[in-house]
Unconditional design. Structure first.
Length: 264
């Protein structure tokens, strides 16, 4: 798996922090890592982008960024509004292949979801993954609504004949509600792929040393970690639902003085 494409089921699902965790776990396993950000939006030229954040958290990784646009929009729209050249899937694939010649693992992080458009022709991260024939890791949110977006993403990958390596929950809350706990069971089912990790909410705010030490414990062995899906499921999934017992048919049995009078 020299190249791994990382996408999200949407924006703000923890994709960059998950990319950093995957990079940190791979580094801890002794692998050299490069991180390619296909298109960075919503960041000025003098600001740190997602690839910089991955390097800050994960450590000694090579970073590359193909394009940067100032407005926080889909890359195609941001490029058009800024009068800048868009990124195309072939450029993403070529850059990833070049990085793979000198690294054990290349992580290609998209922008938003799988089908967010890069250019005016409708090119997407999915197109780049097709050119690379690379597996795709999907970062999903934990709560209500995630089953639909994860299912749609997984279906698109299957339609394109791409391998869905698995799903990582990008931000697991400290106090998960019922829907979130049920999703631990349901996400692998709707994705047709294993759950490969869960990052605690707020992981990106950890100091880099703490992040690097903890990252392998958030990810499964397929991602160089020690996290176990079954143990996580047993710990977090709710008990099966059972209905309340039905009241007996007919009149309730008398009690107290009523019972005494009925016996008279």
């Amino acid at each position: 798996m020299p190249i791994l494409v990382i996408t999200g089921t949407g924006t703000e699902v923890g994709k960059t922090v998950t990319t950093a965790a995957v990079a940190a776990a791979a580094l801890a396993a002794g692998r050299s890592v490069a991180v390619l950000k296909a298109a960075q939006t919503g960041v000025r030229p003098d600001e740190r982008g997602d690839a910089d954040e991955v390097a800050r958290l994960a450590g000694d990784v090579t970073t590359a960024e193909l394009a940067r646009y100032p407005e926080p929009l889909a890359p195609a729209t941001a490029a058009l509004r800024a009068g800048m050249v868009p990124v195309r899937p072939r450029e993403v694939a070529d850059a990833a292949i070049e990085l793979a010649t000198g690294h054990d693992l290349v992580l290609v992080e998209g922008a938003g979801g799988l089908l967010v458009r890069f250019d005016e022709a409708g090119g997407t991260l999915a197109d780049a993954a097709e050119l690379l024939r690379a597996p795709v890791l999907v970062v999903a949110s934990a709560g209500l609504g995630t089953l639909n977006t994860t299912d749609l993403t997984a279906r698109e990958l299957r339609l394109r004949g791409l391998e869905l390596l698995g799903v990582v929950i990008g931000s697991w809350p400290a106090s998960p509600d019922l829907a979130t706990r049920c999703n631990v069971v349901d996400l692998p089912d709707v994705a047709g792929a294993p759950l490969l990790g869960a990052l605690p909410a707020g992981s990106g705010a950890l100091a880099p040393a703490g992040f690097r030490a903890a990252a392998p414990g958030w990810l499964a062995s397929r991602l160089d970690g020690t996290w176990e899906a079954e143990a996580f499921r047993r710990r977090t999934a709710p008990e099966p639902w059972s209905p309340s017992p039905e009241p007996p048919e007919g009149r309730a049995l008398p009690s107290g003085r009523e019972a005494d009078r009925s016996d008279a």
